[in-house]
Design a binder for this molecule. Structure first.
Ligand code: ADP
Ligand code: MG
Length: 550
Protein backbone atom coordinates (compact mmCIF):
# COMPACT_ATOMS: atom_id res chain seq x y z
CA UNK A 1 0.00 0.00 0.00
CA UNK A 2 1.27 3.43 -0.89
CA UNK A 3 0.71 5.18 2.43
CA UNK A 4 2.34 2.54 4.61
CA UNK A 5 5.66 3.60 6.01
CA UNK A 6 8.10 1.13 7.57
CA UNK A 7 10.42 2.29 10.33
CA UNK A 8 13.00 0.59 12.48
CA UNK A 9 12.97 0.44 16.22
CA UNK A 10 15.70 2.17 18.07
CA UNK A 11 18.43 -0.34 18.94
CA UNK A 12 17.54 -0.12 22.63
CA UNK A 13 13.94 -1.09 21.95
CA UNK A 14 15.05 -4.26 20.24
CA UNK A 15 17.34 -5.09 23.11
CA UNK A 16 14.54 -4.47 25.58
CA UNK A 17 12.03 -6.55 23.65
CA UNK A 18 14.34 -9.52 23.46
CA UNK A 19 15.13 -9.33 27.13
CA UNK A 20 11.53 -8.94 28.17
CA UNK A 21 10.18 -11.82 26.16
CA UNK A 22 12.72 -14.10 27.78
CA UNK A 23 12.79 -12.94 31.35
CA UNK A 24 9.15 -12.17 32.04
CA UNK A 25 7.89 -15.44 30.68
CA UNK A 26 6.74 -16.75 34.05
CA UNK A 27 4.74 -13.60 34.74
CA UNK A 28 3.10 -12.98 31.39
CA UNK A 29 -0.25 -11.76 32.64
CA UNK A 30 1.21 -8.37 33.54
CA UNK A 31 0.81 -7.31 29.90
CA UNK A 32 -2.84 -6.60 30.68
CA UNK A 33 -1.99 -4.54 33.73
CA UNK A 34 0.39 -2.44 31.62
CA UNK A 35 -2.12 -1.83 28.83
CA UNK A 36 -4.91 -0.97 31.25
CA UNK A 37 -2.55 1.30 33.12
CA UNK A 38 -1.67 3.17 29.90
CA UNK A 39 -5.35 3.47 29.01
CA UNK A 40 -6.07 4.88 32.44
CA UNK A 41 -3.18 7.38 32.13
CA UNK A 42 -4.52 8.46 28.73
CA UNK A 43 -7.95 9.13 30.24
CA UNK A 44 -6.40 11.04 33.12
CA UNK A 45 -4.52 13.21 30.67
CA UNK A 46 -7.60 13.90 28.58
CA UNK A 47 -9.58 14.88 31.64
CA UNK A 48 -6.81 17.24 32.65
CA UNK A 49 -6.51 18.80 29.19
CA UNK A 50 -10.29 19.20 29.04
CA UNK A 51 -10.21 21.45 32.10
CA UNK A 52 -8.85 24.14 29.80
CA UNK A 53 -10.62 23.12 26.61
CA UNK A 54 -13.74 21.03 26.95
CA UNK A 55 -14.23 20.68 23.20
CA UNK A 56 -11.60 17.93 23.47
CA UNK A 57 -14.26 15.70 25.00
CA UNK A 58 -16.20 15.83 21.69
CA UNK A 59 -19.41 15.38 23.65
CA UNK A 60 -18.21 12.11 25.12
CA UNK A 61 -17.10 12.73 28.69
CA UNK A 62 -17.65 9.22 30.04
CA UNK A 63 -14.13 7.95 30.09
CA UNK A 64 -13.77 4.21 30.17
CA UNK A 65 -11.63 1.25 29.21
CA UNK A 66 -12.88 -1.77 27.29
CA UNK A 67 -11.27 -5.19 27.21
CA UNK A 68 -12.43 -7.86 24.82
CA UNK A 69 -11.25 -11.25 23.59
CA UNK A 70 -12.10 -12.66 20.17
CA UNK A 71 -11.67 -16.42 20.19
CA UNK A 72 -12.08 -16.87 16.45
CA UNK A 73 -9.51 -14.23 15.59
CA UNK A 74 -7.24 -15.16 18.50
CA UNK A 75 -7.00 -11.55 19.65
CA UNK A 76 -7.30 -9.53 22.84
CA UNK A 77 -8.21 -5.86 22.50
CA UNK A 78 -7.83 -3.02 25.00
CA UNK A 79 -9.53 0.26 24.06
CA UNK A 80 -9.83 3.62 25.73
CA UNK A 81 -11.44 6.95 24.90
CA UNK A 82 -8.58 8.90 26.41
CA UNK A 83 -6.37 11.50 24.80
CA UNK A 84 -5.00 9.32 21.98
CA UNK A 85 -1.73 9.94 20.14
CA UNK A 86 -0.70 11.96 17.12
CA UNK A 87 1.48 10.34 14.47
CA UNK A 88 4.60 11.92 15.95
CA UNK A 89 3.63 10.79 19.45
CA UNK A 90 3.21 7.25 18.19
CA UNK A 91 6.71 7.35 16.73
CA UNK A 92 8.18 8.86 19.87
CA UNK A 93 6.35 6.68 22.36
CA UNK A 94 6.16 3.32 20.64
CA UNK A 95 9.30 3.32 18.49
CA UNK A 96 11.92 4.71 20.83
CA UNK A 97 12.73 4.70 24.48
CA UNK A 98 12.03 8.27 25.31
CA UNK A 99 12.59 8.14 29.00
CA UNK A 100 16.20 8.57 30.05
CA UNK A 101 15.52 6.29 33.00
CA UNK A 102 14.93 3.35 30.68
CA UNK A 103 18.15 4.09 28.89
CA UNK A 104 20.04 4.00 32.16
CA UNK A 105 18.21 0.80 32.97
CA UNK A 106 19.59 -0.78 29.82
CA UNK A 107 23.06 0.38 30.79
CA UNK A 108 22.71 -1.20 34.19
CA UNK A 109 21.75 -4.67 32.96
CA UNK A 110 23.87 -7.40 34.46
CA UNK A 111 23.13 -10.31 32.14
CA UNK A 112 21.79 -12.23 35.14
CA UNK A 113 18.25 -13.02 34.03
CA UNK A 114 16.70 -13.10 37.44
CA UNK A 115 18.16 -9.77 38.52
CA UNK A 116 17.36 -8.14 35.21
CA UNK A 117 13.76 -9.31 35.37
CA UNK A 118 13.41 -7.58 38.71
CA UNK A 119 14.87 -4.43 37.24
CA UNK A 120 12.27 -4.52 34.48
CA UNK A 121 9.62 -4.47 37.13
CA UNK A 122 11.14 -1.34 38.62
CA UNK A 123 11.05 0.44 35.31
CA UNK A 124 7.65 -0.55 34.11
CA UNK A 125 8.58 -0.92 30.48
CA UNK A 126 4.90 -0.98 29.91
CA UNK A 127 3.67 -1.13 26.39
CA UNK A 128 6.36 -3.44 25.06
CA UNK A 129 5.23 -6.16 27.46
CA UNK A 130 2.50 -6.82 24.85
CA UNK A 131 5.07 -8.83 22.94
CA UNK A 132 5.41 -11.34 25.75
CA UNK A 133 2.04 -12.78 24.71
CA UNK A 134 1.56 -11.47 21.16
CA UNK A 135 3.45 -12.02 17.93
CA UNK A 136 1.65 -9.17 16.21
CA UNK A 137 0.50 -5.96 17.89
CA UNK A 138 -1.47 -3.18 16.30
CA UNK A 139 -2.32 0.19 17.79
CA UNK A 140 -5.01 2.37 16.25
CA UNK A 141 -5.30 5.81 17.71
CA UNK A 142 -6.61 9.31 17.16
CA UNK A 143 -5.62 12.25 19.26
CA UNK A 144 -8.48 14.26 20.75
CA UNK A 145 -7.58 17.43 18.86
CA UNK A 146 -6.75 15.85 15.49
CA UNK A 147 -8.77 14.67 12.51
CA UNK A 148 -6.67 11.83 11.16
CA UNK A 149 -5.92 8.62 12.96
CA UNK A 150 -2.89 6.40 12.67
CA UNK A 151 -2.26 2.65 12.77
CA UNK A 152 0.99 1.32 14.21
CA UNK A 153 1.74 -2.32 13.71
CA UNK A 154 4.67 -4.59 14.50
CA UNK A 155 5.73 -8.17 15.10
CA UNK A 156 8.20 -6.97 17.71
CA UNK A 157 11.35 -7.94 15.85
CA UNK A 158 13.11 -5.11 14.08
CA UNK A 159 10.60 -2.72 12.61
CA UNK A 160 7.08 -1.35 12.68
CA UNK A 161 4.73 0.14 10.10
CA UNK A 162 2.68 3.30 10.25
CA UNK A 163 -0.29 4.27 8.15
CA UNK A 164 -2.93 6.94 8.26
CA UNK A 165 -6.43 5.69 8.99
CA UNK A 166 -9.87 7.09 9.41
CA UNK A 167 -10.99 6.70 12.95
CA UNK A 168 -14.14 8.18 14.27
CA UNK A 169 -13.67 7.73 17.98
CA UNK A 170 -11.00 9.53 19.89
CA UNK A 171 -8.55 7.41 21.89
CA UNK A 172 -6.60 4.24 21.40
CA UNK A 173 -7.25 0.59 20.58
CA UNK A 174 -4.47 -1.93 21.14
CA UNK A 175 -5.01 -5.32 19.49
CA UNK A 176 -2.83 -8.28 20.39
CA UNK A 177 -2.60 -11.30 18.10
CA UNK A 178 -1.79 -13.90 20.72
CA UNK A 179 1.05 -16.38 20.33
CA UNK A 180 0.01 -20.03 20.12
CA UNK A 181 1.23 -20.64 23.66
CA UNK A 182 -0.72 -17.70 25.08
CA UNK A 183 -4.26 -18.59 24.04
CA UNK A 184 -5.22 -18.97 27.71
CA UNK A 185 -5.70 -15.19 27.65
CA UNK A 186 -8.65 -15.60 25.28
CA UNK A 187 -10.67 -16.89 28.22
CA UNK A 188 -12.88 -14.01 29.53
CA UNK A 189 -12.84 -15.47 33.04
CA UNK A 190 -9.06 -15.32 33.04
CA UNK A 191 -9.07 -11.71 31.84
CA UNK A 192 -11.60 -10.69 34.49
CA UNK A 193 -9.52 -12.32 37.13
CA UNK A 194 -6.36 -10.49 36.04
CA UNK A 195 -8.18 -7.17 35.87
CA UNK A 196 -9.58 -7.58 39.36
CA UNK A 197 -6.21 -8.62 40.66
CA UNK A 198 -4.14 -5.82 39.19
CA UNK A 199 -6.49 -3.05 38.20
CA UNK A 200 -9.32 -3.03 40.70
CA UNK A 201 -8.14 0.30 42.10
CA UNK A 202 -8.18 2.12 38.76
CA UNK A 203 -10.59 5.00 39.16
CA UNK A 204 -12.31 4.40 35.81
CA UNK A 205 -14.73 1.67 34.76
CA UNK A 206 -13.06 -1.24 32.99
CA UNK A 207 -15.74 -2.93 30.89
CA UNK A 208 -15.99 -6.39 29.36
CA UNK A 209 -18.79 -7.90 27.25
CA UNK A 210 -21.53 -9.35 29.42
CA UNK A 211 -21.31 -13.07 30.06
CA UNK A 212 -25.07 -13.44 29.70
CA UNK A 213 -26.17 -15.43 26.68
CA UNK A 214 -27.27 -13.17 23.83
CA UNK A 215 -26.57 -9.95 25.70
CA UNK A 216 -24.83 -7.12 23.86
CA UNK A 217 -24.20 -5.14 27.01
CA UNK A 218 -20.85 -4.29 28.59
CA UNK A 219 -20.29 -4.90 32.27
CA UNK A 220 -18.04 -3.20 34.71
CA UNK A 221 -15.35 -5.58 35.98
CA UNK A 222 -13.47 -3.50 38.53
CA UNK A 223 -14.39 -1.47 41.59
CA UNK A 224 -13.77 1.80 39.69
CA UNK A 225 -13.43 4.10 42.69
CA UNK A 226 -10.01 5.63 43.17
CA UNK A 227 -8.52 3.50 45.91
CA UNK A 228 -7.48 6.32 48.22
CA UNK A 229 -11.04 7.65 48.35
CA UNK A 230 -12.36 4.37 49.73
CA UNK A 231 -12.67 3.97 53.51
CA UNK A 232 -9.69 2.25 55.11
CA UNK A 233 -11.88 -0.42 56.68
CA UNK A 234 -13.01 -1.60 53.25
CA UNK A 235 -9.46 -2.14 51.98
CA UNK A 236 -7.30 -5.22 52.31
CA UNK A 237 -3.52 -5.42 52.23
CA UNK A 238 -3.75 -6.84 48.71
CA UNK A 239 -5.65 -3.75 47.57
CA UNK A 240 -2.95 -1.47 48.89
CA UNK A 241 -0.24 -3.64 47.41
CA UNK A 242 -1.97 -3.75 44.02
CA UNK A 243 -2.25 0.00 43.93
CA UNK A 244 1.40 0.33 44.85
CA UNK A 245 2.28 -1.87 41.89
CA UNK A 246 0.26 0.33 39.60
CA UNK A 247 1.99 3.44 40.88
CA UNK A 248 5.52 2.22 41.12
CA UNK A 249 5.99 -0.84 38.88
CA UNK A 250 7.99 -2.27 41.77
CA UNK A 251 7.69 -6.07 41.76
CA UNK A 252 8.27 -6.20 45.50
CA UNK A 253 5.55 -5.40 48.00
CA UNK A 254 6.01 -2.12 49.87
CA UNK A 255 7.47 -2.23 53.39
CA UNK A 256 4.78 0.00 54.87
CA UNK A 257 2.09 2.50 53.99
CA UNK A 258 -0.05 5.16 55.57
CA UNK A 259 -3.52 6.14 54.40
CA UNK A 260 -5.27 9.19 55.81
CA UNK A 261 -8.15 11.50 55.16
CA UNK A 262 -7.31 14.85 56.67
CA UNK A 263 -10.14 17.28 57.42
CA UNK A 264 -9.72 20.73 58.85
CA UNK A 265 -8.80 24.11 57.50
CA UNK A 266 -8.22 22.21 54.29
CA UNK A 267 -9.00 18.64 53.41
CA UNK A 268 -6.92 16.14 51.52
CA UNK A 269 -6.24 12.44 51.31
CA UNK A 270 -2.81 10.87 51.53
CA UNK A 271 -1.72 7.40 50.59
CA UNK A 272 2.04 7.09 50.99
CA UNK A 273 4.26 4.03 50.66
CA UNK A 274 7.76 3.07 51.77
CA UNK A 275 9.26 0.75 49.13
CA UNK A 276 11.24 -2.34 50.11
CA UNK A 277 14.12 -1.54 47.88
CA UNK A 278 15.94 1.59 46.79
CA UNK A 279 15.43 2.42 43.11
CA UNK A 280 18.57 2.32 40.97
CA UNK A 281 18.56 6.11 40.64
CA UNK A 282 18.12 7.07 44.29
CA UNK A 283 21.33 9.11 44.12
CA UNK A 284 20.41 10.95 40.98
CA UNK A 285 19.94 14.58 42.01
CA UNK A 286 17.70 15.17 39.00
CA UNK A 287 15.34 12.44 40.03
CA UNK A 288 11.84 13.67 40.70
CA UNK A 289 9.89 12.66 43.79
CA UNK A 290 7.50 9.77 43.62
CA UNK A 291 4.27 11.42 44.72
CA UNK A 292 1.34 12.06 42.39
CA UNK A 293 -0.91 15.02 42.83
CA UNK A 294 -4.66 14.79 42.28
CA UNK A 295 -7.19 17.55 42.84
CA UNK A 296 -10.67 16.28 43.66
CA UNK A 297 -9.92 12.93 42.01
CA UNK A 298 -8.55 14.54 38.83
CA UNK A 299 -4.98 13.59 38.05
CA UNK A 300 -2.82 16.72 37.90
CA UNK A 301 0.78 15.61 37.80
CA UNK A 302 3.31 12.92 38.43
CA UNK A 303 6.39 13.45 40.50
CA UNK A 304 5.17 16.53 42.29
CA UNK A 305 8.43 17.38 44.01
CA UNK A 306 6.84 20.11 46.10
CA UNK A 307 4.87 17.53 48.04
CA UNK A 308 7.81 15.66 49.50
CA UNK A 309 11.22 16.93 50.64
CA UNK A 310 14.35 15.51 49.02
CA UNK A 311 15.28 13.52 52.11
CA UNK A 312 12.04 11.53 51.61
CA UNK A 313 12.43 11.22 47.85
CA UNK A 314 11.96 7.45 47.99
CA UNK A 315 8.36 7.76 49.25
CA UNK A 316 5.74 6.87 46.63
CA UNK A 317 2.07 7.58 46.65
CA UNK A 318 -0.80 9.94 46.08
CA UNK A 319 -1.94 13.25 47.48
CA UNK A 320 -5.49 14.30 46.59
CA UNK A 321 -6.42 17.84 47.61
CA UNK A 322 -9.96 19.16 47.86
CA UNK A 323 -8.85 22.77 47.99
CA UNK A 324 -6.21 23.42 45.35
CA UNK A 325 -7.43 24.91 42.07
CA UNK A 326 -7.65 22.42 39.20
CA UNK A 327 -5.35 24.51 37.05
CA UNK A 328 -2.36 24.35 39.39
CA UNK A 329 1.00 24.29 37.68
CA UNK A 330 4.42 23.34 39.01
CA UNK A 331 5.13 27.05 39.37
CA UNK A 332 2.08 27.65 41.52
CA UNK A 333 2.93 24.64 43.65
CA UNK A 334 6.33 26.09 44.40
CA UNK A 335 4.95 28.89 46.45
CA UNK A 336 1.57 27.91 47.74
CA UNK A 337 0.47 27.99 51.35
CA UNK A 338 -1.87 25.01 50.96
CA UNK A 339 0.89 22.96 49.40
CA UNK A 340 3.30 23.80 52.18
CA UNK A 341 0.82 22.67 54.77
CA UNK A 342 0.01 19.44 52.88
CA UNK A 343 3.71 18.76 52.64
CA UNK A 344 4.23 19.37 56.35
CA UNK A 345 1.34 17.00 57.08
CA UNK A 346 2.72 14.37 54.72
CA UNK A 347 6.18 14.52 56.32
CA UNK A 348 4.64 14.07 59.78
CA UNK A 349 2.72 11.01 58.58
CA UNK A 350 5.86 9.45 57.13
CA UNK A 351 7.82 10.19 60.32
CA UNK A 352 5.07 8.53 62.32
CA UNK A 353 5.08 5.54 60.01
CA UNK A 354 8.85 5.12 60.33
CA UNK A 355 8.81 5.58 64.12
CA UNK A 356 6.14 2.94 64.34
CA UNK A 357 8.14 0.56 62.17
CA UNK A 358 11.31 1.16 64.22
CA UNK A 359 9.43 0.39 67.43
CA UNK A 360 7.26 -2.52 66.38
CA UNK A 361 8.95 -4.14 63.38
CA UNK A 362 12.69 -3.84 64.08
CA UNK A 363 13.66 -6.30 61.36
CA UNK A 364 11.77 -4.38 58.70
CA UNK A 365 13.22 -1.18 60.04
CA UNK A 366 16.74 -2.58 59.76
CA UNK A 367 16.01 -3.42 56.14
CA UNK A 368 14.60 0.03 55.57
CA UNK A 369 17.70 1.59 57.10
CA UNK A 370 20.02 -0.41 54.87
CA UNK A 371 18.17 0.79 51.78
CA UNK A 372 17.36 4.38 52.66
CA UNK A 373 19.36 5.33 55.76
CA UNK A 374 21.79 7.49 53.84
CA UNK A 375 18.94 9.54 52.41
CA UNK A 376 17.36 9.97 55.84
CA UNK A 377 20.71 11.34 57.03
CA UNK A 378 20.18 14.33 54.71
CA UNK A 379 17.10 15.15 56.78
CA UNK A 380 18.41 17.24 59.68
CA UNK A 381 20.21 19.61 57.29
CA UNK A 382 17.27 19.98 54.97
CA UNK A 383 14.49 20.02 57.51
CA UNK A 384 15.67 21.61 60.79
CA UNK A 385 12.09 21.77 62.03
CA UNK A 386 11.88 17.99 62.18
CA UNK A 387 15.56 17.41 63.06
CA UNK A 388 14.77 16.08 66.52
CA UNK A 389 12.36 13.40 65.22
CA UNK A 390 14.67 12.54 62.35
CA UNK A 391 17.55 12.16 64.82
CA UNK A 392 15.48 9.55 66.62
CA UNK A 393 15.32 7.50 63.41
CA UNK A 394 19.07 7.51 62.74
CA UNK A 395 21.14 4.35 63.12
CA UNK A 396 24.93 4.12 63.33
CA UNK A 397 27.75 1.67 63.72
CA UNK A 398 29.68 2.17 66.95
CA UNK A 399 32.73 0.81 68.72
CA UNK A 400 30.35 -1.37 70.73
CA UNK A 401 28.37 -2.61 67.70
CA UNK A 402 30.75 -2.21 64.77
CA UNK A 403 28.87 -4.53 62.39
CA UNK A 404 26.20 -2.68 60.44
CA UNK A 405 24.35 0.50 61.38
CA UNK A 406 22.14 -0.55 64.27
CA UNK A 407 22.76 1.85 67.16
CA UNK A 408 20.20 4.60 67.72
CA UNK A 409 21.17 7.81 69.51
CA UNK A 410 18.72 6.81 72.22
CA UNK A 411 20.57 3.49 72.74
CA UNK A 412 23.82 5.40 72.89
CA UNK A 413 22.60 7.92 75.45
CA UNK A 414 21.14 5.15 77.61
CA UNK A 415 24.56 3.49 77.70
CA UNK A 416 26.64 6.61 78.41
CA UNK A 417 29.11 6.53 81.31
CA UNK A 418 27.75 8.27 84.41
CA UNK A 419 30.06 11.28 84.04
CA UNK A 420 30.14 11.36 80.23
CA UNK A 421 29.00 14.67 78.77
CA UNK A 422 28.95 14.29 75.02
CA UNK A 423 27.99 11.86 72.27
CA UNK A 424 31.29 11.01 70.58
CA UNK A 425 31.83 10.11 66.97
CA UNK A 426 34.71 9.59 64.60
CA UNK A 427 34.43 10.29 60.88
CA UNK A 428 36.51 8.60 58.20
CA UNK A 429 36.22 7.67 54.56
CA UNK A 430 35.76 3.99 55.30
CA UNK A 431 34.38 1.91 58.11
CA UNK A 432 37.74 0.17 58.60
CA UNK A 433 39.57 3.47 58.90
CA UNK A 434 37.04 4.72 61.42
CA UNK A 435 37.30 1.55 63.46
CA UNK A 436 41.11 1.72 63.53
CA UNK A 437 41.38 5.42 64.19
CA UNK A 438 44.10 6.27 66.76
CA UNK A 439 41.67 8.83 68.16
CA UNK A 440 39.68 5.98 69.66
CA UNK A 441 42.45 4.76 71.94
CA UNK A 442 41.73 6.99 74.90
CA UNK A 443 38.00 6.26 74.59
CA UNK A 444 38.51 2.54 74.50
CA UNK A 445 40.57 2.76 77.62
CA UNK A 446 37.78 4.58 79.44
CA UNK A 447 35.16 2.26 77.93
CA UNK A 448 33.36 5.15 76.21
CA UNK A 449 31.33 4.18 73.15
CA UNK A 450 32.12 6.08 69.95
CA UNK A 451 29.91 6.25 66.83
CA UNK A 452 31.73 5.24 63.66
CA UNK A 453 30.70 7.48 60.76
CA UNK A 454 31.92 6.61 57.30
CA UNK A 455 29.05 7.41 54.90
CA UNK A 456 29.72 10.38 52.64
CA UNK A 457 26.70 12.16 54.04
CA UNK A 458 27.82 11.79 57.68
CA UNK A 459 29.89 14.99 57.83
CA UNK A 460 26.94 16.85 56.46
CA UNK A 461 24.71 15.20 59.02
CA UNK A 462 26.77 15.97 62.12
CA UNK A 463 27.31 19.53 60.94
CA UNK A 464 23.54 19.98 61.22
CA UNK A 465 22.89 17.89 64.28
CA UNK A 466 24.57 19.70 67.17
CA UNK A 467 22.84 17.70 69.88
CA UNK A 468 20.45 14.96 70.79
CA UNK A 469 18.35 14.98 73.98
CA UNK A 470 20.50 17.80 75.32
CA UNK A 471 23.78 15.94 74.70
CA UNK A 472 26.30 17.57 72.35
CA UNK A 473 27.58 15.54 69.43
CA UNK A 474 31.36 15.82 69.48
CA UNK A 475 34.09 14.59 67.17
CA UNK A 476 36.89 12.68 68.88
CA UNK A 477 39.30 14.33 66.46
CA UNK A 478 38.38 17.91 67.06
CA UNK A 479 39.80 20.32 69.65
CA UNK A 480 40.78 19.47 73.20
CA UNK A 481 39.21 16.58 74.97
CA UNK A 482 37.23 17.18 78.11
CA UNK A 483 38.64 16.06 81.41
CA UNK A 484 36.17 13.21 81.70
CA UNK A 485 37.43 11.70 78.52
CA UNK A 486 41.08 11.19 79.37
CA UNK A 487 43.15 10.06 82.30
CA UNK A 488 44.27 12.99 84.31
CA UNK A 489 47.21 11.24 85.89
CA UNK A 490 49.45 12.37 83.05
CA UNK A 491 50.07 16.05 83.35
CA UNK A 492 50.33 17.56 79.88
CA UNK A 493 52.38 20.52 80.99
CA UNK A 494 54.96 18.35 82.61
CA UNK A 495 55.07 16.17 79.54
CA UNK A 496 55.46 19.17 77.27
CA UNK A 497 58.29 20.45 79.40
CA UNK A 498 60.05 17.11 79.31
CA UNK A 499 59.79 16.90 75.50
CA UNK A 500 60.45 20.53 74.78
CA UNK A 501 63.29 19.94 72.34
CA UNK A 502 61.45 17.33 70.37
CA UNK A 503 58.36 19.53 70.08
CA UNK A 504 60.42 22.45 68.86
CA UNK A 505 62.09 20.34 66.22
CA UNK A 506 58.80 18.89 65.05
CA UNK A 507 57.13 22.29 64.96
CA UNK A 508 59.92 23.60 62.81
CA UNK A 509 59.99 20.62 60.47
CA UNK A 510 56.19 20.64 59.96
CA UNK A 511 55.84 24.40 59.95
CA UNK A 512 54.14 24.50 56.54
CA UNK A 513 51.87 21.53 57.08
CA UNK A 514 50.39 21.96 60.54
CA UNK A 515 49.44 24.77 62.85
CA UNK A 516 51.00 23.31 65.94
CA UNK A 517 52.61 20.16 67.30
CA UNK A 518 51.77 19.44 70.90
CA UNK A 519 51.79 16.70 73.46
CA UNK A 520 48.52 14.85 73.46
CA UNK A 521 46.70 12.85 76.04
CA UNK A 522 44.35 11.26 73.60
CA UNK A 523 46.69 8.51 72.41
CA UNK A 524 47.52 5.25 74.12
CA UNK A 525 49.38 3.10 71.62
CA UNK A 526 49.92 5.29 68.56
CA UNK A 527 52.80 7.77 68.50
CA UNK A 528 50.96 10.64 66.76
CA UNK A 529 47.69 11.74 65.17
CA UNK A 530 46.20 14.71 63.34
CA UNK A 531 43.65 16.84 65.16
CA UNK A 532 41.39 19.55 63.77
CA UNK A 533 40.97 22.89 65.48
CA UNK A 534 38.07 23.18 67.89
CA UNK A 535 36.08 25.53 65.69
CA UNK A 536 37.65 24.69 62.36
CA UNK A 537 36.07 22.30 59.90
CA UNK A 538 36.93 18.68 60.40
CA UNK A 539 39.72 16.96 58.50
CA UNK A 540 37.37 14.59 56.77
CA UNK A 541 35.15 17.43 55.62
CA UNK A 542 38.20 19.28 54.31
CA UNK A 543 39.06 16.21 52.30
CA UNK A 544 35.50 15.90 50.92
CA UNK A 545 35.46 19.56 49.94
CA UNK A 546 38.81 19.16 48.20
CA UNK A 547 37.45 16.16 46.30
CA UNK A 548 34.44 18.21 45.26
CA UNK A 549 36.85 20.78 43.86
CA UNK A 550 36.21 23.50 46.46
P1 ADP B 1 4.80 4.55 30.51
O1 ADP B 1 3.34 4.27 30.60
O2 ADP B 1 5.53 4.18 31.76
O3 ADP B 1 5.13 5.94 30.05
P2 ADP B 1 4.65 2.67 28.37
O4 ADP B 1 5.65 1.86 27.62
O5 ADP B 1 3.58 1.90 29.06
O6 ADP B 1 5.43 3.58 29.38
O7 ADP B 1 3.98 3.68 27.37
C1 ADP B 1 4.79 4.53 26.60
C2 ADP B 1 4.04 5.76 26.20
O8 ADP B 1 3.15 5.48 25.14
C3 ADP B 1 3.18 6.38 27.26
O9 ADP B 1 3.93 7.22 28.10
C4 ADP B 1 2.16 7.14 26.44
O10 ADP B 1 2.68 8.41 26.07
C5 ADP B 1 2.02 6.31 25.21
N1 ADP B 1 0.82 5.45 25.29
C6 ADP B 1 0.79 4.14 25.54
N2 ADP B 1 -0.46 3.67 25.55
C7 ADP B 1 -1.27 4.73 25.31
C8 ADP B 1 -2.70 4.92 25.21
N3 ADP B 1 -3.55 3.91 25.38
N4 ADP B 1 -3.14 6.17 24.95
C9 ADP B 1 -2.28 7.20 24.77
N5 ADP B 1 -0.95 7.09 24.87
C10 ADP B 1 -0.44 5.87 25.14
MG1 MG C 1 2.64 2.40 30.96
Amino acid sequence: KANVETRHFEAEVQQLLKLMIHSLYSNREIFLRELVSNASDACDRLRFAALKDDTLLEGDGELEIRVEADKDAGTVTVSDNGIGMSRQEVIDNLGTIARSGTRRFLDSLSGDQKKDAQLIGQFGVGFYSSFIVADQVSVETRRADEKAGVRWSSDGTGSYTLEEIERESRGTTVTLQLRDDAVEFLEPARLRHIIRRYSDHIGLPILMPSEKEGSEAWEKVNEAAALWTRPKESLKDEDYQGFYQHLSHDPEAPLAWTHNHVEGRQSYSLLLYIPSRAPFDLWDRERRRGVRLYVRRVFIMDEAEQLMPAWLRFVRGVVDSDDLPLNVSREILQDNRLVRSIRAGAVKKVLGLLEDMARNRPEDYARFWDEFGQVIKEGPAEDPENAERIAGLLRFASTRHPDGQTVSLKDYVDRMQPDQKAIYYVTADSHATALNSPHLEAFRKKDIEVLLLSDRVDEWLVAHLPEFEGKTLKSVAQGDLDADEVDDDKDAEQQAEAHKDLLERLNKALDEQVKEVRVSRRLVDSPACLVAEQDGISLNLQRLLKEAGQ
